[in-house]
Design a protein around this ligand. Structure first.
Ligand code: GLA
Length: 495
């Protein structure tokens, strides 16, 4: 009997050992399996190891329990802050059943992991960043780039057809002729690398070259997305260790624009190394054989505006991701004042893509969005479904007088010149003797704002054209009274 018990326990304990490499996730409709890996070692009463999930690579810091029921708390450094994740799970037969929550109130997301060979999904070793040097300017983006990007509306649902549809719609809606020429595919186009390490597109994009030909045939340009890390933010293949190879492939496809998103690079490099890491792709694009606009996306970390031009960057994100809400848009847009000095022809501050037309704001709020981004000399990348855009939304996106502010050849970003409570006046110097003056009302009630030119350090203008009503304002010498809708703007071009 005793012997039987010992035998039973040994078998059960052995079977219940979590040590090994476990993976969860099957290929999705795009043919790509974005697996979550659990590389576990049961060490006495502790479970140690690593968890690799989308762009993140965690080290297990704490555990409780054993195969019959356990929890894992894992962490990683992300810039200067620690990011943690917590799993709870148990072994059921050959399957590891796990659950995790994004935060305390989020629903439990459940996954099932199975044993895979050791080494599968192993995190790549760190490649030391190169020494710094200056990447020569590529001569692109003399004015802030304009176009469309898939992320805000489509996220992972972007595919060949939607990109072609959007190219058609940009032309038929008049947006191309108003200046929107880049059609940019964001994350989730990536497939696996082939045996030679060449990046492929996934099933959603059967033929990138053909897609580029189609887009180019409409007088438009095609953009793509990648990351300096092993994985993109959505967990697809990044360009880590393949920078030159990828740049050459994109050039061969006919790509004209790259958005390069930090994402998985956070596991391998510190923020202090960002410049060197971005320089690597800047160099790769230089020798790729095609002019490719280089847009840096690292959420405004490490004072990117100070070194963005040095790595060949044409634009750099200054903030985290925008959402289609008044709070998100204004929190981002009105915080850009201090960065004005860093914008210039060839390289621009990028407060993220437009949400105009995505439904979360009203037309007055979207006019504020469009006006503010134009005052900021920001890239204008529409983020809505252009196939179903209403005439009102298209009128906001294609207002040529407002676009002319954004695209002004002097390339000087506007600044806050006056503020009182919810009312703000921003001024942008334009080429020649013109100024753009934006009177914003961030309050929830309509407001009369007195504009005193002297307070804006301006002489009283001879002429003031209202760029949304398309009418000249009545000028009354030293002052002008603007009636500004709730969450709205009066945007003037004064001479
Ligand atoms: C990050 C970027 C977004 C978008 C997603 C794609 O969050 O900031 O703009 O590109 O990644 O995964």
């Amino acid at each position: 009997m005793k012997l039987f018990l010992v035998f039973f326990c040994a078998a059960a304990c052995f079977a219940a050992d979590l040590t090994g490499n476990w993976a969860s996730g099957n290929a999705g409709a795009d043919g790509v399996a974005r697996k979550v890996y659990f590389e576990l070692k049961q060490d006495g009463a502790r479970i140690i190891g690593h968890i690799r999930s989308t762009q993140f690579y965690y080290t297990i810091k704490e555990s409780t329990g054993d195969a019959s029921g356990f929890t894992l708390t894992a962490g990683m450094m992300d810039g200067k802050s620690e990011r943690t994740v917590r799993y709870e799970g148990k072994l059921e037969g050959e399957e590891l059943h796990l659950g995790t929550r994004r935060n305390a109130t989020a629903p439990l997301s459940q996954l099932v992991a199975r044993r895979v060979p050791d080494g599968e999904g192993a995190y790549p070793a760190r490649i030391p960043p190169p020494a710094l040097h200056k990447v020569p300017a590529n001569g692109l983006a003399k004015a802030p780039p304009m176009g469309w990007n898939s992320w805000n509306k489509f996220a992972g649902r972007v595919d060949d057809k939607s990109v072609r549809d959007m190219a058609d719609a940009i032309v038929s809606s008049g947006m191309r002729d108003a200046g929107y020429v880049y059609v940019n595919i964001d994350d989730t186009w990536e497939g696996e690398r082939d045996a030679k390490g060449n990046i492929t597109s996934n099933k959603k994009f059967p033929d990138m070259r053909a897609l580029a030909d189609y887009v180019h045939g409409k007088g438009l340009k095609l953009g793509i997305y990648s990351s300096p890390g092993p994985n993109t933010c959505a967990g697809y293949e990044g360009s880590y260790g393949h920078e030159e190879q990828d740049a050459k492939i994109w050039a061969a496809w006919g790509i004209d624009y790259l958005k390069y998103d930090w994402c998985g690079a956070r596991n391998l490099y510190t923020d202090d190394e960002m410049q060197a890491v971005y320089q690597k792709m800047g160099d790769a694009l230089r020798v790729a054989g095609r002019p490719i606009l280089y847009s840096l996306c690292q959420y405004g970390r490490a004072d990117v505006w100070k070194w963005g031009p040095e790595v060949g960057g044409n634009a750099w994100r200054t903030t985290g991701d925008i959402k289609d809400t008044w709070d998100s848009m204004t929190n981002i847009g009105f915080k850009q004042n201090e960065l004005a000095q860093w914008a210039a022809p060839g390289h621009w501050n990028d407060p993220d893509m437009l949400e105009i037309g995505n439904g979360g704001m009203n037309d007055d709020e979207y006019r504020t969005h469009m006006s503010l981004w134009s005052m900021l000399a920001a890239p204008l990348l529409a983020g809505n479904d252009l196939r179903s855009a209403s005439p009102g939304i298209l009128a906001i996106l294609t207002n040529r007088d407002v676009i002319a502010i954004d695209q002004d050849k002097d390339g000087k970003q506007g600044h806050r010149a006056w503020k009182s409570g919810d009312q703000e006046i921003w001024v942008r110097e334009l080429l020649g003797d013109d100024r753009a003056v934006a009177i914003f009302n961030r309050g929830a009630e309509k407001s009369e704002v007195k504009v005193k030119w002297g307070e804006l350090e301006m002489r009283a203008p001879a002429k003031a054209m209202n760029l949304w009503s398309h009418q000249d304002e009545k000028l009354q010498g030293a002052e002008l009274t603007a009636s500004v809708p709730a969450h709205g703007v009066v945007l003037l071009r004064v001479h």
